[in-house]
Write a protein that binds this ligand. Structure first.
Ligand code: GSH
Length: 201
């Protein structure tokens, strides 16, 4: 029996965790949850009371929130080299960027999608212009956010920026386009995409 079971719906944020599992390369199972109906079932409410995908079942313990799933996997399998060690230079930057997706990038783009502006002093994420400028500065002339190695932070940020570009919420311009362009060439990304295609039948 595999230790890892991913609750996932194709073409959703569940992809972050699917890609991460492919990067890890350990056996895992996928349970498809239809976000139109299955997600409202009592059974799924016990998996994630927020009724969102993804969720990762790790031998009975349930982890939700994509960055938490990615962080847990990177730390559980340190030999895969997807996170700086806890005492290594770069660990702080890695955590900063890992948290940046859920707490800063996502809400700022949702503001844009909803054509609204949250006053920046009230918004923990500041404003979209600052978010884009901060990311552009961090990515300018670099392949990865932390040092010269791909980490789970690149996966979360790259996957999120890719979503934003696909939904026309982020312009396909440098440095974002080049950064995402090289990440989607990774074999694990392609394996995750092949699974998505198979799920879609
Ligand atoms: N904060 C969550 C967000 C997950 C999320 O928003 N999932 C969406 C799919 S993209 C979902 O499950 N929606 C179903 C619903 O709200 O009914 C994470 O980062 O994992």
């Amino acid at each position: 029996m595999t230790e890892l079971t991913l609750y996932h719906c194709p073409k959703t944020r569940g992809f972050h965790a699917l890609w991460m599992l492919e990067e890890i390369g350990e056996p895992f199972e996928v349970r498809i949850v239809n976000i139109r109906d299955d997600i409202q079932s009592e059974a799924y409410g016990a998996v994630n009371p927020m009724r969102k995908v993804p969720a990762l079942d790790v031998g009975g313990e349930l982890i939700t929130e994509s960055p938490a799933i990615c962080a847990w996997l990177a730390d559980r399998y340190p030999e895969k080299g997807l996170a700086p060690a806890i005492d290594a230079t770069g660990r702080g930057s890695y955590l900063r960027w890992l948290f940046f997706t859920g707490s800063v990038i996502e809400p700022s783009f949702i503001d844009k999608a909803m054509s609204r502006e949250t006053p920046r002093q009230m918004a923990g994420w500041g404003d979209l212009a600052s978010v884009k400028a901060t990311l552009a500065d961090a990515l300018d002339g670099r392949d990865f956010l932390v040092g010269d190695k791909f980490t789970a932070a690149d996966l979360m940020i790259g996957s999120t920026l890719n979503f934003m570009m696909n939904f026309n919420l982020l312009e396909r311009v440098e440095p974002f386009a080049g950064y995402v362009g090289q990440l989607v060439e990774r074999p694990a990304y392609k394996r995750a995409m092949a699974r998505e295609a198979a799920f879609a039948g």
